[in-house]
Structures are given as structure tokens and as C-alpha cells.
Design a protein. Structure first.
Length: 453
């Protein structure tokens, strides 16, 4: 289950009036907007806020994004807030009197992350930019995807805010409801349409933000929406956590399957199989087929142990390193790294493509590895390209390497000095093939479960 899509669906139902029922006894939004207008006039007369400058009148008929339920109204954001105020431009530090919230503290689900904080001791900034419970923080400059992300300040700790943020302070409107609106797909589409793009970043200024059309339900309905949304948010979080737990369990199950496989406990042995010792002697009569290793004290009959270097040859990758990092998904040749990212992009270079597959790519610093069965180029020299002797199944060796890593306290290359010296348990070749087939079936079933999450 895609919890992000589920969350967006619930948010969209909320701002379309489809999450909770309407109550004809509620004061309609038109009455609420009149009260907001009166309150705003009072604050202006008292000098607490400034009157918004009116833009030139347009003869165009107002455009409303979609139809609203009875009792709801459309209005501009500027009509329901005290102010839209940019944050401090003062440089923050690692210590100080008060927290300074930055765009990195605004999450993609409308909350504030307090795990990475900076501080200020500027008394004037503290006076001018202090946040109140219920303030919304709008990220005016960010990537195209995340410009406009908005979070609600709940008063968790005293804080001011930085210059890439805009403070939105509502009048008589539920801040939680407004935060729901400003995290919906309707709002994200609006951000995409009004943003201006520069090099590596997008921007939405306060003037544009002030013109955002906001769907306003009756105040009591806003409160019902907020309560219902909190229930859904809790459920979605629970689903997400359960999903992550199941993903972790599947990952652990895969590792256990491979561990059983290389210890001879996944498939039955066949006494008619050619013993592995004979296989290894045929490959190389000088191969040492025993070595001390406490991980494999009792291997099944017909199995033996040897060092990786006895059955694996390596090649340095320099001839296959990509010249340009100007990647494009329309290009044909993948550029690989042995780490988690694996395919880091695609190149249109036609020279220096590795073709002798299948092979294993091995990160010489992290000891991560990947089985590769297609032509490729590589990102850097921090890799070995490994070929397994023809009489040993490369997929079996790849299984062993996928759960066998060396983690040291120094940054060094591992293959030649240590990793190639590791003992690998070798079953008869026919058993290698049986192991591979069983593992494939099991992994396909586990992967199908993962896809359904």
C-alpha cells in the first residue's frame, strides 16, 4: 500500500467536503468570513496589522477551482490572515537563546522536525519573528518538487524562523484545517503552476501566496475535519510502520534463506552428485580445499571449502569508467555502482562498455556486491569486476557475497588483501543449481509480497 497516495486522497476528500458530513445548523462560511473581515478591520484600526494593498481591479469573473458543498465559500488567503511575513536574514549559529526554524525543518507531511536545529541570540529578531502556536510556515524557496511545503507550528518550543520561510498567521480560521489545505494535491498543483524557476531552485513570493484560493467550510466543520484527519493520520502512520516492519522482516527472511543455502540446509543432498572436492581439483589441482573457518564447522557430505580467490578472478575497472556524468534516462548504457543505488544513470558513450557478463561488481571499500547480467559502464575505480570460473555457478557465489561483508575501522581496499582470502563453502555443482532454483522461487514470492505493500 502506498501510504503517501492514501494520505493525499484523505487530504483531498477533506478539502472537497467529503471527509465528514455537513451540518445545516453550522454557521455558514459566509458568516465566518464576515466576522474575519470585522476582526481584521479592528486589528488595522488598533495598528496591530497593516491594510493589504489592493491590486488593480479586474473585469474577469472570479475563477473558482472546483464546486464546494453548501455552506462553504472560496476566498483568497490574504483575506483570512493577519500577515504574510518573511523570516530573519540574520546568520544563525550552533548555540543561542532561541531556535531558528529553517526550510529543512519543514517535513513533507506538514509537521516540523526538531532534530537538526540552529539558534539565534538577536533580541530584535526574537521580538520580530517569534512564532505563536498555530502559525504556519511556508517554504518560499526550494526545489521544484518541494517549494511551497508548509507546516504548522504547535508551540513545541520557543522559535523564530529563517528568511526562506514565510509566516502565515490565520484569523479565526482553524490553523490545523488551513495546514490540511496547504498539504493537499490541489495546493501542490497550485504551487507548481505559480512558481518561478531559477538555477536549481524555484520560488513563490508572498504576493503570489496571498492570492491562493482557499476552500472555507463552516468553522465547526473545520473542527470536525481536523479531528477526523487526525484519526486517519494515526492510522496511516500505523500502516506505514507495519509496512516498514514487514519490509524489514522480508529482508531478514531473504538473508536467512541465503544463510541456510550456503550451509547446505536449504535443499537435500544427493549422494550421486559429483563431490565438490573433485570439482575443485578439476578446476585447479593446486587449490586448497580446506581452510580454517568457524562459520562452516559441519558441512554436508560432498561439500568442501576453498578461498574465493581460487574460483574468482578480478579485473580493474579503469577501462570502463564513464567520461561524462551528463546522464539521461533516454540513453542506453547504464552506469553502475556496487552500492545501494546500483544504476546511477544512463550514458550515450559507446566505447569502454563492459560486455563479458554475467559478472559480479564489488565495491572495494564497502565490500558491497551485485550480480550483473547486462552490458554497463562504471562510475569510478573503487570497484573490482569479478568473474567466476566456468565450473562454478556465479549466482551461487553472488549469494554468498551478498551476505558476507567486511566492515573495518579504516578506509581501505579489501579485495586483494582480505576479501579474496575468505573461505566459501562449495556444494556439488548440481546442488548449486538446485539451491539457485529454490532461492529464485522463494525470492519471487517475497518480492511479490513487497510489491503489494
Amino acid at each position: 500500500m502506498d501510504t503517501k497516495k492514501l494520505r493525499q486522497k484523505i487530504l483531498d476528500l477533506a478539502i472537497h467536503g467529503k471527509l465528514v458530513p455537513q451540518d445545516p445548523n453550522d454557521e455558514p462560511a459566509s458568516g465566518l468570513l464576515e466576522r474575519i473581515k470585522a476582526e481584521k478591520e479592528r486589528l488595522i484600526k488598533e495598528g496591530k496589522i497593516k491594510r493589504t494593498k489592493k491590486s488593480a481591479k479586474s473585469s474577469d469573473t472570479p475563477h473558482y477551482p472546483y464546486l464546494l458543498p453548501k455552506g462553504w465559500e472560496w476566498c483568497k488567503l490574504e483575506d483570512i490572515v493577519c500577515e504574510l511575513k518573511y523570516g530573519t536574514s540574520e546568520k544563525s549559529s550552533s548555540v543561542g537563546k532561541i531556535t531558528v526554524l529553517r526550510m529543512g525543518n519543514i517535513t513533507d507531511i506538514g509537521t516540523i522536525d526538531y532534530s537538526n536545529l540552529v539558534y539565534s541570540s538577536n533580541d530584535e529578531d526574537i521580538k520580530q519573528y517569534s512564532l505563536k502556536k498555530g502559525d504556519l510556515l511556508f517554504n518560499r524557496t526550494n526545489s521544484s518538487e518541494w517549494v511551497g511545503k508548509t507546516a504548522i507550528y504547535k508551540g513545541e518550543q520557543p522559535a523564530i524562523y529563517a528568511g526562506y520561510l514565510i509566516r502565515v498567521r490565520p484569523i479565526l480560521i482553524s490553523s490545523d484545517y488551513l495546514n490540511i489545505v496547504m498539504n493537499s494535491s490541489y495546493y501542490r498543483n497550485w504551487c507548481y503552476n505559480v512558481k518561478t524557476d531559477a538555477v536549481n531552485q524555484s520560488n513563490i513570493n508572498a504576493q503570489k501566496l496571498s492570492k491562493l484560493m482557499v476552500p472555507i467550510p463552516p468553522l465547526k466543520e473545520q473542527e470536525r475535519i481536523v479531528v477526523e484527519m487526525a484519526k486517519w493520520a494515526s492510522l496511516i502512520t500505523s500502516i506505514k510502520n507495519d509496512k516498514e516492519d514487514l519490509q524489514a522482516a522480508i529482508k531478514q527472511t531473504k538473508s536467512k534463506i541465503l544463510d541456510l543455502a550456503i550451509h547446505g540446509k536449504l535443499v537435500p543432498q544427493d549422494p550421486n552428485d559429483e563431490p565438490a572436492a573433485e570439482l575443485l581439483k578439476r578446476i585447479n589441482p593446486k587449490t586448497e580445499i580446506t581452510c580454517d573457518n568457524g562459520h562452516y564447522p559441519q558441512l554436508p557430505d560432498g561439500w568442501c571449502k576453498c578461498r574465493l580467490e581460487d574460483i574468482v578472478e578480478y579485473e580493474q575497472p579503469q577501462a570502463y569508467i564513464v567520461n561524462s556524468t551528463d546522464y539521461d534516462d533516454s540513453y542506453l548504457t547504464p552506469v553502475l555502482t556496487a552500492g545501494k543505488s546500483f544504476i546511477i544513470g544512463y550514458t550515450n558513450e559507446t566505447k569502454g562498455i563492459y560486455q563479458n557478463t554475467p559478472c559480479i561488481i564489488f565495491d572495494d571499500f564497502t565490500t558491497d556486491s551485485k550480480l550483473v547480467d547486462f552490458p554497463f559502464k562504471v562510475k569510478s575505480s573503487a570497484m573490482k569486476i569479478l568473474k567466476v570460473t566456468d565450473d562454478i555457478e556465479i549466482e551461487y557465489v553472488a549469494m554468498f557475497m551478498s551476505i558476507t561483508r567486511l566492515i573495518g575501522d579504516t578506509h581501505k581496499r579489501y579485495w586483494i588483501s582480505e576479501y579474496s582470502k575468505l573461505c566459501i563453502p562449495i556444494p556439488p555443482r548440481k546442488e548449486q543449481k538446485r539451491i539457485i532454483n529454490v532461492v529464485k522461487v522463494m525470492f519471487e514470492k517475497l518480492d511479490a509480497i513487497m510489491e503489494d505493500l
